[in-house]
Design a protein around this ligand. Structure first.
Ligand code: MG
Length: 273
């Protein structure tokens, strides 16, 4: 069996300028590209995010994963975070990113999200947010109470409604997004999106061909803009996609049904409650 998506990736993380500890963790090793943003008293957040990444790391090296694998890693992650002894605020973490998946020979990004870290895709020069934040401000935006400009400065912007641990069930959202050669995925913590907007993120992703250089520049830019939180960026490129008989750049008609699907964020496969 060959890998479903041949990838190249880069990753960068930084504590930022205001926090002494970096509680973000990431995994950037095929088939998993994930970011976890930990929270809790003392070093509980750090322990939570690294515990989750550690559970998923057991799947590194697989050609592709199935939803069952990701669900199993999620269950193990919840147990690992719940086992962390925290005297103050219970340990918890967000989790977002992609797993390379293969469904009957077609390659997909299996997108997962719990909390307010984000996964984006850049394709053909356009950036698209693949995940929906589990946060109070996102709910207010959804209900028309806040617009996106007001949401950015709202004092509740750091309050999340789902997490792994922290007394939450940690129910994830999943999406299956058909992969195309030329896709660039960005997985990041809110320390990035809290400092620079989507347009500036897209500009950097377009300017830097090398994924490692792109991740470093994104994080540097967030530091320059204030670095008020821990910042993590994982950038992964689809170099080749199995089952893609013709180059997607030259033959869009062959895959138009799938790209149409993808433009609306892919097909959602449950997880809401
Ligand atoms: Mg954060």
């Amino acid at each position: 069996m060959t890998v479903a998506i041949e990838t190249r990736s880069g990753a960068c993380t930084h504590a930022g300028l205001k926090r002494s500890v970096n509680e973000d963790s990431y995994l950037a090793s095929s088939p998993l590209f994930l970011v976890a943003d930990g929270m809790g008293g003392h070093d509980a957040g750090d322990l939570a995010s690294s515990a989750v990444v550690g559970e998923f790391a057991k799947y590194v090296g697989a050609d592709a994963l199935e939803l069952d694998d990701v669900e199993a890693a999620m269950a193990a992650s919840r147990a690992a975070v719940d086992a962390i002894d925290s005297e103050e605020r219970a340990a918890g973490t967000t989790l977002t990113g992609v797993a390379v998946a293969d469904v009957s020979g077609e390659a997909y990004w299996l997108v997962v999200n719990v909390g307010d870290s984000r996964t984006y895709r850049l394709y053909d020069g356009t950036i698209e947010r693949l995940t929906v934040d589990h946060s109070v401000v996102q709910e207010l935006v959804d209900h028309g109470v806040l617009d996106s400009t007001a949401a950015k400065v709202d004092h509740r912007r750091n309050v999340i409604t789902r997490a792994i641990g922290a007394g939450n069930e940690g129910v994830p959202d999943y999406w299956m997004v058909p992969a195309r050669t030329g896709d660039r995925i960005l997985v990041c913590s809110d320390g990035l999106t809290g400092e620079i907007d989507d347009e500036d993120i897209a500009e950097i992703l377009l300017a830097e061909d090398d994924p490692q250089e792109a991740s470093v520049r994104l994080v540097s830019e967030a530091v320059v803009h204030g670095g008020r939180d821990n910042i993590t960026a994982v950038v992964v490129d689809a170099v080749a996609v199995s089952g893609e008989s013709v180059n997607a750049d030259t033959d869009t008609s062959a895959r138009s049904h799938t790209s149409e699907h993808a433009s609306s964020g892919g097909s959602r496969i449950g997880g809401t409650r």
